[in-house]
Design a protein around this ligand. Structure first.
Ligand SMILES: Nc1nc2c(c(=O)[nH]1)N[C@@H](CN(C=O)c1ccc(C(=O)N[C@@H](CCC(=O)O)C(=O)O)cc1)CN2
Length: 294
């Protein structure tokens, strides 16, 4: 009988994220497990939300000896500690670069910014593919030698188009889907399949100016600050948990086009930071909100 290949040894570092109801001793219990497993903590951040009595923690650690971390031992000790409790934890080896799929439509600025940041190593990710419901941006993907998939979407083909996208997510072993100004609303089924691993950039400071043409509506309203919001995608349009926001000041002298132009910069900054923090396991989702250990 073919036995499954041995799990690859994690030569690098691990990140452990923990969420639970707040109580004394959680930090001690986690540190004890890592110490007893011959691990050395490199970075540790925790937050106790006293209003909601919730605790969140992110620990980055490596082996304290020349031997690799005994991942199985760490996992069994964490499982024993959390058994019968409300503690949820995720342990991830950081050897493997997170694989990010970009979804785009006709606006190139966010896609181009992410492709550039990946090409210079500013984002420690891989981008195996770009999907678009229009052919227009193929040039940008070709420029970075990233495969471009044109999957048109109409009301009749939406389900089939999404099925094709989700098949690519599995085939390409995608960790994160980024909607980089992708102008199609994902169905609840797609949102469920991508829960916690799909990030959208909305071109306003949510919750203000949800929906279409936010910059023009903000300009008409005479706001003095505009911005963008990177959030996890849920079936509630523009309502997903917020990961990062960026703002910029405007004044009466800005035309609507000036606002759109300045807005592009805020979108690229908010989205690239959200991608960095998510792919470095720095974002903990907790009851519709995020704790970000940036
Ligand atoms: N399930 C979700 N899907 C998407 C979200 C989301 O929050 N949840 N965000 C959007 C991005 N977006 C705003 O940020 C947005 C994009 C498109 C539309 C929209 O009404 N699209 C029309 C089609 C428009 C067209 O073909 O150009 C539609 O889908 O019928 C609203 C908001 C990405 N997806």
């Amino acid at each position: 009988m073919l036995s499954s290949p041995p799990a690859p040894v994690c030569a690098n570092k691990y990140t452990l994220t923990v969420s639970c109801n707040d109580r004394p001793g959680i930090v001690y219990e986690i540190s004890k497990i890592l110490f007893e497993s011959s691990c050395n903590v490199i970075e540790n951040q925790q937050f106790a939300d006293q209003s909601r009595h919730r605790f969140s923690m992110r620990v980055q650690f490596e082996s304290a000896t020349k031997m690799p971390v005994d991942e199985a031992m760490v996992r069994s000790k964490l499982a024993a500690m959390s058994k019968g409790t409300d503690v949820t934890w995720r342990l991830r080896c950081t050897d493997r670069k997170p694989r990010v799929l970009l979804l785009v439509s006709k606006l190139a600025h966010c896609m181009n910014d992410i492709l550039f940041r990946q090409s210079i190593g500013d984002l420690n990710i891989e981008i195996p593919a770009v999907i678009s419901n229009h052919p227009d941006l193929a040039w940008y993907a070709d420029n970075y030698k990233v495969p471009f998939h044109h999957i048109p979407v109409t009301s009749m083909t939406k389900v089939a188009a999404e099925k094709q996208m989700l098949e690519l997510v599995d085939e390409l072993d995608i960790d994160l889907v980024v909607l980089a100004r992708y102008m199609q609303v994902l169905t609840p089924e797609a949102c469920e399949a991508l829960s916690g691993r799909a990030i959208n950039i909305h071109h306003s400071m949510l919750p203000s100016f949800k929906g279409a043409r936010p910059y023009h509506r903000a300009h008409d309203r005479g706001v003095k600050l505009i911005g963008a919001t990177a959030h996890y995608v849920t079936s509630d349009l523009d309502e997903g948990p917020i990961i990062e926001q960026e703002v910029a000041r405007i004044d009466h002298g800005f035309s609507a086009d000036d606002v759109v132009a300045l807005g592009r910069d805020t979108e690229c900054l908010a989205l690239s930071r959200a991608i960095r923090w998510h792919t470095e396991n720095r974002v903990l989702l907790d009851d519709g909100r995020t704790v970000v250990f940036s």
